[in-house]
Design a protein around this ligand. Structure first.
Ligand SMILES: Nc1ncnc2c1ncn2[C@@H]1O[C@H](COP(=O)(O)OP(=O)(O)O)[C@@H](O)[C@H]1O
Ligand SMILES: O=P(O)(O)OC[C@H]1O[C@H](OP(=O)(O)OP(=O)(O)O)[C@H](O)[C@@H]1O
Length: 189
């Protein structure tokens, strides 16, 4: 049996990286793999266990077929290494930090996708992005503006394959909710 691709999406600053970091050990206990993304972001700014590459290196990797999924957003290019297909074929679940903008394309390639949508109160979101200090203030404003294109469209569908996880409260609660979703428990709304 093939594994499930679990696609974690949500606004910039909603806590995707923090959640994946905090859930790393319990996910590993469940045999769920996390994949290291390839991003055209400078190594100092990466802030997650990602491989930083130049735009040219990214294009070369993409042309070589190194990515199972890739997209452009926020002035950056992001790639999900093709090794996830081997893990899925071997029956392992794989959780990736995904893109709302690339959701439809990801679904076409992985129809049985489980989508986890991480949300956070809008005011909290701005504060968290500013406190993170990874982007400049104009870049943060651009990321906040990008949200308007997605959140309602994704939520409005009432799609049972999209599970909503709120991260406005303590991260430990969000980790529990994530694990309940991965375990397929009914309290994962
Ligand atoms: N539940 C939480 N409570 C308080 N701060 C959080 C919580 N989750 C994430 N953060 C903080 O919010 C900021 C954005 O989180 P991050 O994981 O980088 O989000 P994303 O990867 O979705 O952009 C980081 O500074 C992080 O430490
Ligand atoms: O289509 P969207 O849902 O807007 O997502 C676009 C990209 O932005 C996020 O990455 P990035 O690590 O740059 O930002 P984040 O950590 O602040 O979410 C997310 O993981 C996607 O790769």
């Amino acid at each position: 049996m093939t594994g499930r691709l679990i696609y974690l999406i949500g606004p910039s600053g909603s806590g995707k990286d923090s959640l994946l970091d905090a859930a790393r050990a319990p996910l590993a206990d469940r045999g769920c793999r996390l994949v290291r993304r390839v991003i055209t972001r400078s190594a100092e700014a990466v802030g997650e266990a990602a491989q930083g590459v130049s735009a040219q290196q990214f294009a070369e990797l993409e042309a070589q077929g190194a990515f199972a999924l890739s997209w452009h957003a926020n002035g950056l290019a992001y790639g999900i290494p093709r090794e996830i297909d081997g893990w899925l074929a071997a029956g392992q679940d794989v959780l990736v930090n995904g893109s709302r903008g690339h959701l439809a394309a990801t679904r076409r390639r992985y129809p049985n996708l489980l989508v986890l949508l991480l949300t956070v109160d809008q005011a909290v979101l701005r504060q968290r992005l500013l406190a993170r200090r990874r982007e400049s203030v104009p870049e943060i404003e651009a990321r906040l503006a990008r949200n308007a294109r997605f959140s309602e469209r994704v939520l409005a569908g009432h799609d049972p394959a999209v599970r909503v996880i709120d991260n406005s409260g303590p991260l430990e609660h969000t980790v529990e909710h994530l694990l309940a979703c991965v375990d397929g428990q009914s309290e994962c709304a």
